[in-house]
Design a binder for this molecule. Sequence first.
Ligand code: C2E
Ligand code: MG
Ligand code: MG
Length: 634
Amino acid sequence: MNPGSGTENELSRVNQALRTLSAGNRTLLRAAQERDLLHGMCRVIVNEGGYRLAYVAYAQHDEQKSLPIMAYAIQRDIPEERDFFDHLQLTWADVELGQHAPAIAVRSGEPCIGRSLLTDPGLAPWREVAIRLEYSSLSAFPLHIEDDTMGVLLIADSDPDAFDEAEVKLLGELADDLAYGINNLRSRIKRHEAEERIAHMALYDPLTELPNRTLFRSRLQSAIADGRQKHRPLAVLLLGAMHFHEISDTLGYQQADLLTCSFAHQLESRLREGQFAACVGEAEFALLYPDMDVSLAVRTAHELVREFSSPVEVGGLSISVGLCAGIAAFPGHGADADALIRRARMAMFEAKRRGSDSAVFTPELEQQRTNRLALMIDLRRAIEQKALMLYCQPKIDLATKRIRGAEGLVRWQHPSQGMIPTEEFVRIAETSGLITPLTYHVLEAAFQQIYAWHDSGLDQPLSVNLSARDLRDPALIDKLKNLFSTWGTAPEWIQFELTESALMEDPVGALDAIHRIKALGVELFIDDFGIGYSSLSYLHKLPVDAIKIDQSFVIAMPDSAVSAAIVESTIELGHRLDLEVVAEGVETESAWNQLVALGCDTGQGYYMAKPMPADQLRDWQMQYDAGIVTYRIH
Ligand code: C2E
Ligand code: MG
Ligand code: MG
């Protein structure tokens, strides 16, 4: 600044400071980067304000409490001067070299005004060079961000009398504006980063970091558009792990997550240019292969499934996960991203069902699915309208030929499709949240039937089948207690059958549920015994009264020595464990005779009686007891 005289000089200084302030505000508004803001401000102070030097230094909280210069501007471009500021190293620590104005401003949080380079002892280390470069006085203004002094704005001039009160006030405001601008930019960056993170989260799977379903869909859409234009096919492959729930139950979620991530990385590493992988569900991946036809897709699926099925190390265990793939291709299976994904998934379920590596979509699959869906809707209605019927099939004592009880079996006469196979609609109920209402309906019908039988002097138990999911129903026990008290049912009049495979879905949980059911005083049967892979020690822990040998062994017994051996050893095993043994699927006289010879306790099957409407059992039994039934038990 050029020295002038008296009031005139002061006025011109204030005017200049005012111009600086307003130019500073413009810089503040325009800068998009912190670096640009700092340089811009320093330039404004020097160019508009006419000062010799302005710099901004940030106070670091490192060991040396360093105060690096982040940006500076000088009036004259003298190499020595530039070199000096390029290499100037400062500290704000309260040490001998930290007694200069910027350090004091940082430490105190207050401006340090009009310090003379010629006399100030704190500036002694730089005096010589300051004199050479014709600097005389300087002021330092702290930069505050949220109660913290994060740095300092230093302004130096050649006029020893620079920095009067009015001017300092304006420059102080400028420093405050600068701090505000820095803070503003930083929050804007933080906000931007947060927005980017949210945008990333919307398109990527947080666990595997692979693109998610949304991004896959949009990539597939563009690939379809491209394929359509170039008349090239493309394949969508959906890869899923079988029994992943059981794996995560056994390994724990953390290990299962590790396994999923390792799949994801392996998949990614196999991708070639233009190919795309996404994580679209729990251990479920979608792959996009532009320019690939069905036969190559089947080969690729086969390779992938083989590669991924080899054992992987997880948490010190060597795990091998079965995978299967579903394939859908453009244009043959659809020209719309959603349809292709849906159809690839349908094909994957078909592969799972068939137990094969992969399956290619066919229109029949879609038809089946639509039928299933329609059936589900009808089933819900049938349950609501109590249209399901209770059938029952007698269980006969093989030694005395007398009825020992009956098994309740649910039936559904569909209004247009006729009798729906029980296993089919029970499976639909199990996978669509309808099993609880179905079970409750069967239970109500069973308790009512039991009451009717006992009222008419028929004295035998009825067994009800329970699903795996019923064992997880926290309200089941209350429901049962309620029915017992409503109908005045004795515990020995009702029994429950649980399939061995249902128990093995969650052995620990099932054990707990079974104990609670058993506490009601009822008899329990393990159904379909022999195909569920329960261990002897597990069986020993179950509070059950009987096992029902799976009908596949009994039906095959007359023609298969292996099945006969299984039946024989199961009877022996049951008896050793003090359990009653029931053989289901007794279709022939020879099976009956074999079972009698093996000492099996009870038989159930078409040979004696097919399942019949529950209210017909009484008549059937009366005929049976009177020896009128023309079947061949002699
Ligand atoms: P399950 O409990 O093992 O019932 C025996 C099945 O074998 C019944 O099939 C019965 O009709 C059939 N069966 C009986 N004797 C013979 C025979 O000599 N030969 C042949 N081939 N089959 C015979 P259904 O009624 O179709 O039931 C199938 C399965 O559906 C049942 O197997 C049971 O697991 C389930 N289920 C039936 N009713 C219910 C129910 O009310 N609730 C639940 N959750 N499941 C049920
Ligand atoms: Mg059963
Ligand atoms: Mg069975």
